[in-house]
Design a protein around this ligand. Structure first.
Ligand code: NAD
Length: 367
């Protein structure tokens, strides 16, 4: 049995990870520490809210003494660190929060873990797992080999630079102090509870509201997409089997140009409306999808500054050392995701009208 502290567990991937972990390890205890920024949402944790092995703490990872208290109080042996500012566009318009949370926040967690686990000797068999991104490696040309764990870091956005800095700090705490760390660098995730500012949920919800579907530049930027539960399984394998001090790339082996993803979702949504007349009654404003023409909503917009052209993950290390491979096919994962957004109307409408923030504030339970 383990006691986990999960930072950022009210966000997209953290919440999916918590659901997955408590289903897979029902006897483990999971404590979520989350500051409930705009990206954090208590509703993401509703599926585990009544579980006696689940606790929520509303707080900031930069509050080192709070983190120390949580580690001691709950005898935490495994810290899984998701909390971050995660949206590249926001890092371009306002980088400060990215430096604060992603670099200083990660350092605060490392200091707390060192103090409680090493200096006070409370958990000899502890594990600090850091969740990071493939964006730290920079950008690839069309024929370049995919990113491996030995690809030099070359981050291009304030977001990826702040994540790169946090990866180096985690590595340094292992080499300098002997903290038991692992890192995973993952490709783009998609699935339930994805905040509707990100490409896939933005396209789904904008089709339902008959709003434009913005596509950056020529739409030919390539990303490797992974279903979020497959990411949770990858992290589980790194925590259970990964070698200390090592990093592991986790990818979907699934490269798509942005414009092709947008067209795919348009086609699937047109088909969903054609197959189920009840959908037109639920979403009467979705004129273009009802007419089978969702792609008419596509609008090319000015490209993102410094936009990376292509990311791709070489899966050999996690495959050979951990036996990792993604289970969800892209077709079924995208269909599951569309179905989830169609069935969870209240969740995304509360984000769009801002009411999820008020609910989050009321529900916040102090440590
Ligand atoms: P997200 O933006 O959906 O969630 C981030 C969570 O962290 C939110 O709940 C937010 O409230 C919380 N948070 C932010 N600042 C905090 C602070 N100072 N203290 C405590 N909590 C704080 O992000 P996500 O998409 O779920 O990403 C999670 C992690 O995975 C991040 O570290 C990100 O870099 C990494 N990652 C994401 C992707 C992806 O495709 N989304 C891919 C690879 C890696």
């Amino acid at each position: 049995m383990s006691n986990l502290l999960v930072t950022g567990g009210a966000g997209f991937i953290g919440a999916n990870f918590v659901h997955y972990w408590l289903q897979t390890y029902p006897d483990d205890k999971v404590i979520v520490l989350d500051a409930l920024t705009y990206a954090g949402n208590r509703a993401n944790l509703e599926p585990v809210a009544g579980n006696p092995n689940f606790l929520f703490c509303h707080g900031d990872i930069c509050d080192t003494s709070l983190v120390e208290t949580l580690l001691r109080l709950h005898q935490v042996d495994t810290l899984v660190h998701f909390a971050a500012e995660s949206h590249v566009d926001r890092s371009i318009s306002g980088p400060d929060a990215f430096i604060e949370t992603n670099i200083i926040g990660t350092h605060s967690l490392l200091k707390a873990a060192k103090k409680v686990w090493l200096d006070e000797g409370l958990q000899p068999s502890h594990r600090f797992h850091h969740v990071s991104t493939d964006e730290v490696y920079g950008t690839l040309g069309p024929d370049d080999p995919a990113f491996s764990e030995t690809t030099p870091y070359a981050p291009n956005s304030p977001y990826s630079a702040s994540k790169a800095a946090s990866d180096h700090l985690v590595r340094a705490y292992h080499h300098t102090y002997g903290l038991n760390v692992t890192t995973s660098n993952c490709s783009n995730n998609y699935g339930p509870y994805h905040f509707p500012e990100k490409l896939i949920p933005l396209v789904i919800t904008n089709i339902l509201l008959d709003k434009p579907l913005p596509v950056y530049g020529d739409g030919q930027q390539i990303r490797d997409w992974l279903y979020v539960e497959d990411h949770a399984r990858g992290i589980e394998l790194v925590i259970k089997k990964g070698r200390l001090g090592e990093s592991y790339n986790i990818g979907g082996n699934n490269e798509w140009a942005n414009i092709n993803i947008v067209r795919l979702i348009c086609n699937l949504m047109n088909q969903a409306f054609a197959d189920d007349p009840a959908l037109s009654k639920r979403y009467p404003e979705a004129y273009n999808a009802i007419a089978g023409q969702a792609e008419a909503l596509i609008q090319y917009v000015e490209d993102r500054k410094g936009h990376d052209r292509r990311y791709a993950i070489a899966p050999e290390k996690s495959n050979e050392e951990l036996g990792y491979r993604p289970l969800e096919s892209f077709n079924s994962g995208i269909m599951k995701t569309i179905d989830w957004y169609l069935s969870n109307d209240a969740w995304w409408r509360a984000i769009l009208d801002g009411s999820y923030r008020r609910q989050s504030d009321l529900d916040g339970i102090p440590a």
